[in-house]
Design a protein around this ligand. Structure first.
Ligand SMILES: Nc1ncnc2c1ncn2[C@@H]1O[C@H](COP(=O)(O)OP(=O)(O)O)[C@@H](O)[C@H]1O
Ligand SMILES: [Mg+2]
Length: 376
């Protein structure tokens, strides 16, 4: 109903991170980068962590504590207290409950910055909770978050919008056990190699590159450790190109950055797997901007913005594509809360495109503060 945030001179930003997904540590690392860079003259900051068990707690406003150092992954730890977000319309009050004490007030919040990756954060569940209480937040809404998280419905939405995607099959629950022969035949038609993925995960968790059909059962079992729904894709031969998209201000169209490229340089990694992403820096080189002909760059940017629009995305997203030898652009996925440490591709692509990290953060918070609450 209301159209803009209350005219607060220094909006209070609740920075939310950690969480129940397999990407807990990556979320903490992102929060470290944000806590370091956010302009504290402009914003009042309240960092809140979510433990791997799902408990919300107050955490240190200390960037160093949340870094990935020497392969050590940061984690939000359990403490006896619980932080409660506003749960009803008209209250923007955050409270904390400690055993044996009356609930204490942590003040009101103007906007939530959900730096959460994966299920229970990037998938629309958290967004739904914030919508229920009329609390503003950065990034995609309920539907776009859910569609972006689910590699099956993402493809359905992209195909419906006429965007280029590769061939794939979907397995649900016990499909594999109940119809192994039929599924094997459907999957065989995709050729080799195959990529077997949990439908709703990220950071390459649970993904196997299958080069022999004999490996298929183990690959499905591995994916199902993360999600009962599994997507099996034909391997695409092409360069891995990423493009950052940022929502438009005051109703303008979303903007695309210069694309970047992921080059896996170490043959130990046959694709951009979890270790290559976070633990083995020497295994990949991130090139930004990507060395592409001008017409291919323009096509990647056009596909990226249309992908963003096809799921009604808001705020930010990173669109990852393959560019084949013939210059064809095939969408791999959209990430509605991409890695956001200062070294991550999303901020780096904007840096190369003229928007530095603190300015990018500011832009995202302003987009969230200017956006109306309720149905948009
Ligand atoms: N169909 C495919 N063809 C070739 N490589 C793929 C394919 N799907 C995934 N990959 C490789 O696996 C990586 C992770 O897959 P992706 O779908 O992006 O999952 P996540 O959401 O975990 O990042 C990609 O960055 C790419 O290196
Ligand atoms: Mg990916």
């Amino acid at each position: 109903m209301s159209t803009s945030a209350d005219s607060v001179s220094r909006p209070r930003v609740l920075i939310l991170f950690g969480g129940r997904s397999g990407e807990h540590a990556i979320s903490c690392a992102t929060a470290g980068g944000v806590l370091r860079a956010i302009d504290r003259e402009r914003y009042d900051v309240l960092p809140i962590g979510i433990t791997p068990q799902g408990r919300w707690v107050r955490v240190a406003d200390d960037p160093d504590q949340w870094r990935i150092t020497d392969g050590r992954l940061p984690e939000v730890t359990e403490v006896p207290e619980r932080v409660l977000l506003p749960q009803e319309v008209g209250s923007r009050e955050v409270r904390v409950i400690e055993p044996g004490l009356p609930a204490a007030d942590l003040g009101t919040v103007d906007v939530v910055l959900p730096l959460l990756h994966g299920p229970y954060g990037e998938d629309g569940t958290l967004q739904g909770m914030l919508e229920l209480a009329d609390v503003r937040y950065v990034g995609a809404g309920v539907l776009a978050s859910a569609v972006g998280m689910d590699k099956h419905f993402m493809k359905v939405a992209l195909a419906a919008a006429g965007l280029p995607i590769g061939p794939y099959q979907v397995l649900r629950g016990t499909d594999w056990q109940s119809d192994t022969g039929g599924i094997r035949a459907r999957v065989e038609a995709l050729g080799l190699p195959l990529f077997v993925k949990p439908a709703r995960a990220g950071s390459s968790l649970g993904i196997t590159r299958v080069t022999d059909l004999a490996e298929l059962p183990a690959a499905i079992a591995e994916a199902q450790r993360h999600d009962p729904k599994v997507v099996i894709e034909a391997g695409i031969v092409g360069r891995e190109i990423e493009c950052a998209v940022l929502g438009g201000r005051s109703g303008a169209r979303a903007r695309a950055s210069l694309p970047g490229e992921i080059v896996v340089t170490d043959a130990e990694h046959t694709f951009y797997d979890f270790e290559a992403k976070y633990l083995d820096e020497s295994a990949v080189s991130l090139q930004c901007p990507a060395d592409l002909p001008a017409d291919v760059t323009a096509r990647v940017q056009d596909v990226a913005v249309r992908t963003f629009e096809s799921i009604d995305c808001e705020g930010l997203a990173r669109v990852d594509v393959f560019v084949t030898e013939g210059g064809e652009v095939v969408v791999n996925e959209i990430n509605t809360m991409p890695g956001f440490t200062p070294y991550s591709m999303y901020p780096r692509m904007w840096q190369e495109s003229g928007i530095g990290y603190p300015e990018l953060l500011d832009e995202l918070l302003q987009l969230a503060l200017e956006r109306p609450i309720g149905l948009r």
